[in-house]
Design a protein around this ligand. Structure first.
Ligand code: SF4
Ligand code: SF4
Length: 309
């Protein structure tokens, strides 16, 4: 039996994915040019992995030679609720309130791919979640999941931007989706709200200035120029997404218990300073916060505590 778009869409949605789109596995020429320009400005900061494997990023056939289509999937993680604005506590980015999304999505992808293979054993697939040399946002745009907003996240007109993206490269030829055109219009809410001026021009984020990068991927100190500008964020930052009208109007709560039951909305700053490495591991090993390591989280907490003095 042949696998159709409808079959993939239905099976993915049964597994909890909210968005499913299909693109032709052609080369990402303009997107790679843009990436090279962004890298040439040093906007990747110390994320040197982004400079590697440009050939694979540009051409998915370098990953899967038989590739004919790319499937992009979106998984809504939005959970209602606000931070307390208690300065003794640090805010955690919404995507990290619950279980590490990699585990949640890997399991769903494995199941989806094995169900598709059981329909047609010739179905080949390589899947990625936020790792590997795949331009997931570019594929999400090409697959019709949404447009890339001026804050650089993908916005879907039905659910906004609070969703994770997974990518499947496959040897199957699917019907492709139409691209959703840019609906940012004259809005500049994200650019205006960013406290560190990290959105240096529309659609261009300089990681060196972005709180999300500075509190997660960054391995060094947080530069003094950002003192007083973090607005209480201890892990990640959601400001540009929180102010986006597509989120304030259209986000709806996820149905996934792994995210709804998340306990890490805020972190008591003083308690972080006292955490040993093994306590950190025990507490955060299943959370995206683990990415910052104990050293990074302590650095962030201390940076905010100094602000509070
Ligand atoms: S995540 Fe925060 S710091 Fe980064 S661009 Fe958005 S508002 Fe600015
Ligand atoms: S806040 Fe406005 S400009 Fe920024 S991504 Fe949303 S719609 Fe686009």
């Amino acid at each position: 039996m042949k696998i159709t778009n409808k079959i993939v869409d239905e099976k993915a949605k049964e597994l909890g994915f909210n968005l499913v789109g299909f693109a032709e596995a052609s080369t990402l020429d303009s997107e790679t040019q843009y990436l090279e320009h962004w890298l040439s400005k040093g906007f990747q900061s110390n994320m040197s992995y982004m400079e590697r494997n440009l050939d694979k990023r540009k051409n998915v056939k370098e990953i899967l030679p038989s590739a004919k289509s790319v499937i992009s999937l979106g998984l809504n993680y939005y959970v209602e609720g606000k931070h307390s604005n208690d300065s003794a506590k640090g805010k955690v980015s919404r995507y990290a309130w619950g279980k590490d999304y990699h585990y949640v999505i890997w399991e769903k992808l494995d199941q989806l791919i094995s169900e598709l293979k059981s329909i047609d054993e010739t179905f080949e697939a390589k899947s990625y979640v936020d790792t590997g040399p795949v331009m997931d946002k570019a594929w999400a745009v090409r697959s019709g999941l949404g447009w890339q907003g001026k804050h650089s996240n993908i916005i879907n007109p039905q659910i906004g931007s609070w969703f994770f993206i997974a990518t499947i490269i496959t040897n199957y030829k699917f019907q492709i989706n139409n691209i959703i055109t840019d609906h940012c219009g004259k809005c500049t809410a994200c650019i205006d709200a960013c406290p560190t001026n990290a959105i240096v021009e529309p659609y261009v984020v300089d990681a060196n200035r972005c709180i999300s990068y500075l509190t997660i991927e960054n391995k060094g100190d947080i530069p003094n120029e950002f003192t007083g500008k973090f607005e209480g964020w201890v892990f990640g930052c959601d400001i540009c997404q929180e102010v986006c009208p597509w989120n304030t109007k259209f986000s709806t709560e996820t149905k996934l218990i792994e995210f709804i039951e998340g306990e890490n909305r805020e972190i008591e700053l003083q308690s972080v300073s006292d955490l040993t490495n093994s306590q950190f591991k025990k507490k955060y090993v299943s959370s995206p916060i683990y990415r910052a390591k104990a050293k990074g989280l302590k650095r962030n907490a201390e940076f905010l505590l100094e602000d509070n003095l």
